[in-house]
Design a protein. Structure first.
Length: 302
């Protein structure tokens, strides 16, 4: 149970960082294209983790020989494969989100993206993952809460909405991929590899479709550093470590607090007021997250 609470806290911290990072992501787009921004932030995120990996290896020391060399070799192989898979999913999801935001409102994009809280348990069924009824209720409440929080007026799907919807599917896949590989791999190395994979792919797209320049990167260095160091290097690593002993559906609900925190951050830092509708949405999402954390009454439930 302690591991679950620890994982919940780590995932909440990740959601908090992502929620506040929304401002940095929005401002960064004023200086560079989406491929350049995502590529640079991912490469920064991976580079930030290199000193941590080196410190952990040095702390382990050369005198500490692995008890089972074959097991260590298998873990390295799984870490590499997992990093490649996570990087592909992360790159695809983040790029669709960046592209979609250009054609739809931020509120609608936020709601559609957080549909992963519903998509994750649905996809999980294909992997024979059992989902408690209370989790389905929590996902339903959270979806309603996200709608109240992010969507105002009529809700019509345009090109941006479709792109962000596929982004939500890919983020759901990313959560499930992390759930599969994180217990079997080194979490920090897995996170580092996924960032370099995503960064290289995005920068390749930047050189093909955009005109990246050092002047643009320097002009947007503040939001870029926050998005790279905190949103990528810190938050995604917290996600991987936090999900190690966490049900992926519960993890997706906690991570969905990202949108709630972004609204609260705008309220506190930018003086933006919250309407009664938005407050009701925040309350529903928080209720859903608390609900799925409650222990099951039956030992047979998973």
């Amino acid at each position: 149970m302690r591991k679950n609470y620890r994982g919940s806290l780590l995932l909440f911290l990740a959601a908090f960082i992502w929620g506040v990072a929304f401002v940095a992501q929005s401002v960064g787009m004023d200086y560079m294209g989406p491929f350049t921004f995502n590529g640079a932030r991912s490469l920064i995120g991976g580079t930030v983790l290199l000193p941590l990996i080196a410190y952990r290896e040095r702390k382990r020391g050369p005198q500490e020989e692995p008890e089972n060399p074959e097991k260590t070799k298998a873990e390295r192989r799984v870490t590499l494969i997992g990093g490649l898979c996570c990087g592909l999913a992360l790159c695809s999801a983040s790029m669709l989100q960046q592209l979609g935001i250009q054609y739809t409102s931020v509120g609608k994009a936020g709601f559609i993206t957080t549909l992963y809280i519903v998509i994750v348990p649905i996809l999980g069924l294909f992997f024979r993952k059992k989902v408690r009824k209370i989790v389905w209720i929590g996902a339903f409440l959270a979806a309603i809460g996200m709608y109240l929080l992010c969507v105002g007026g009529s809700f019509r799907m345009n090109r941006g909405d479709v792109l962000v919807f596929f982004c939500a599917i890919l983020f759901s896949i990313h959560i499930l991929v992390v759930d599969y590989f994180s217990p079997k791999a080194d979490g920090v190395k897995l996170s580092c590899i996924q960032f370099y994979v995503s960064g290289v792919l995005c920068m390749a797209g930047a050189f093909l479709l955009e005109t990246p320049s050092w002047s643009a990167l320097l002009a947007g260095i503040v939001p870029l550093l926050y998005a790279g160091v905190m949103s990528c290097g810190v938050a995604y690593t917290l996600q991987i470590i936090g999900q190690r002993d966490m049900d992926p559906t519960v993890a997706s609900l906690i991570l969905s607090l990202e949108s709630v925190i972004s609204v609260l951050a705008g309220w506190v830092l930018l003086g933006q007021s919250l309407s009664p509708r938005e407050l009701a949405g925040c309350a529903l999402v928080f209720t859903a997250v608390i609900l799925v954390q409650l222990p099951s009454g039956k030992k047979s439930e998973n």
